[in-house]
Design a protein around this ligand. Structure first.
Ligand code: PEP
Ligand code: MG
Length: 537
């Protein structure tokens, strides 16, 4: 038996086969294009991005051999013949850059494979590899996956949010990764699934463990490869006791989330996908406090069309049956990049063009989404939430954009609900500090503590090297939450908390005291939080 230690992210225990997530299988839907120049420019940006990625990887490569391979990939990317062949293919066949990359790569692979020299023959794998990188950058789609027909413990070096969101959830017993930050979106998603997760195990988590039996103790961050009888017994005991705790929580299903003195706090769900929605309904969410709609944009590998978005929003609203459903407008950028967006490289993406900033830069993104949301609004109790707001002017501008879309739809004779509440996320210190003014431009607040902590404490939530500075209980964070709740109360608008801190039982009394109306948490946290609220004096 081998015992590996990492950083515990989500508690619980699991036992099963370990299966490594493959990042490498490439495919791209054939897309015919009209604007060849636009495709060439997409290709060029992807080439630049790929070179940057390779640079970064070589800098961190521990083995000399690995650095050599990466250097070779770089040289191939710079190869004029390769580049020209792709450009010619775009011009001649009028197909998207990713299709041209795959087509040219195939002919280069064949060319290498046909060579006499064994070393040169083996270079076909490198062509495949760089093509995979380029296609991933160009499409943002997950290329690879989980090769299994039974539930497994998913292992990976790290997982991008777009990869995690596209996995078949019923096949995930637990997550274990070599790297990754406990505050990343991938980690948050494991919380949503309610499966144990351990990150930062390091390179001792070897790919050759693939297929072996493993056990995960998510409470203390331990992974056992080929666990012995004693460990298996311990894991089964833990599973039994968490099942018992879960059964006890059943008493809180369908109950009101009310303190003993009668203060009501709504317990809602944070969701990213339709599967999360099912879990939210099952666990008795009193509404959806946060639908992270950007995952729709990451799943599709292309801009989700208005019609597709309408279908998704309608389905959620119908399934929530009149319960309030807050859809956050697309919060892409920072760690949530989609290749098809072709975002320019940024030195500090968390401080860059993310959330509504990206929507201001590309208004079509928000316009299409708002059209879809208003079209779906007649199906239920919708509220719209804007992320990354830092000024009142931005809030005003967003309201104007929403009004414009409403006018547009009315002129087209499409029925809409006119008074959909428009809320602002409080996730920057700026927003919290001006919350009294912002309250005049918002129908409600939702405090996103994940980013609020990141921006207040200047701690990148993705960077495991500064993890020790991540302090959710820091007095500065508490003060900003207090200010926001006070401003909301003064203005008579509701305030919710939807970051991970909302589920922290040690914070529930603080939120209740501040008059927070709603706590929105991942579905597995709904019943424990309701229990916590019901126990408060
Ligand atoms: C937050 O920042 O707290 C939040 C809820 O949004 P996200 O985690 O998606 O950035
Ligand atoms: Mg956020």
């Amino acid at each position: 038996m081998l015992v590996l230690h990492g950083h515990a992210v989500c508690g619980g225990a699991a036992v099963g086969k370990l299966r490594f997530y493959r990042h490498g299988k490439v495919s791209a839907q054939l897309r015919h294009i009209e604007n060849e120049e636009q495709e060439i420019s997409r290709l060029h940006s992807a080439l630049v991005r790929a070179e940057k990625e390779l640079d970064e990887l070589s800098k961190n490569a521990e083995l000399e051999q690995a650095a050599e391979i990466l250097e070779l990939h770089r040289m191939m990317l710079e190869d004029e013949d390769f580049r020209t062949a792709i450009e010619n293919c775009i011009h001649e066949k009028k197909i998207a850059a990713e299709n041209a990359v795959l087509e040219v790569a195939k002919s280069f692979e064949a060319m290498f494979a046909a060579m006499d020299d064994e070393y040169m023959q083996a270079r076909d794998a490198d062509v495949k590899d760089i093509a995979a990188r380029l296609v991933r950058i160009l499409t943002g789609a997950v290329i690879g996956g989980l090769d299994t027909s039974v539930p497994v413990i998913v292992a990976a070096d790290d997982l991008a949010p777009s990869e995690t969101v596209q996995m078949e959830k019923s096949q995930i017993l637990a997550f274990v990764t070599m790297f990754g930050s406990p505050n990343s979106h991938a980690a948050i998603l494991s919380g949503i699934l309610g499966v144990p997760a351990v990150v930062q195990i390091g390179t001792e988590l070897l790919p050759e463990f693939d297929g072996r039996t493993a056990a995960v103790d998510g409470d203390n961050g331990t992974l056992y490869i080929d666990p012995d009888e004693e460990i298996l017994a311990m894991i089964h005991k833990k599973q039994a006791s968490s099942l018992k705790a879960r059964q006890e929580l059943e008493n809180f299903r369908g109950r009101e989330s009310c303190t003993r003195s009668g203060k009501k706090i709504r317990v809602c769900a944070n969701i990213s996908t339709i599967e999360d929605l099912k879990a939210a309904v099952r666990d008795g969410a009193e509404g959806i406090g946060l639908f992270r709609s950007e995952f729709l944009y990451l799943e599709d590998g292309q801009h989700p069309q208005e019609e597709r978005q309408v279908q998704v929003y309608r389905r959620i609203l119908r399934e929530m049956g009149g319960k309030r459903t807050v859809v956050r407008t697309v919060d892409l950028g920072a760690d949530k990049g989609a290749g098809w967006l072709n975002l320019p490289h940024e030195e500090n993406p968390a401080l860059g063009c993310r959330g509504i900033r990206l929507c201001f830069a590309r208004p079509e993104l928000l316009r299409v989404q708002l059209r879809a949301l208003y079209r779906a609004s007649v199906e239920g109790n919708l509220a719209i939430l804007f992320p990354m707001v830092t000024s009142s002017e931005e809030a005003v501008r967003l309201r104007e954009m929403a009004a414009q879309v409403r006018d547009e739809l009315k002129a087209e004779g499409i029925p809409i609900c006119e008074d959909v509440p428009l809320g602002v996320m409080i996730e920057t210190p700026a927003a919290a500090l001006i919350s009294a003014s912002l309250a005049k431009e918002a129908d409600f607040f939702s405090i996103g503590t994940n980013d609020l902590i990141q921006y207040t404490l200047a701690v990148d939530r993705q960077n495991s090297h500064v993890e020790q500075y991540w302090d959710p209980y820091h007095p500065a964070v508490r003060e900003l939450i207090r200010l926001t709740a006070h401003a909301a109360q003064q203005a008579g608008i509701p305030a919710a908390v939807c970051g991970e801190l909302a589920a922290d039982p040690t914070m529930t009394a603080f939120f209740a005291q501040l008059g927070i109306h709603e706590l929105s948490v991942s579905p597995p946290q709904i019943l424990p939080l309701r229990r916590q609220i019901c126990l408060l004096p």
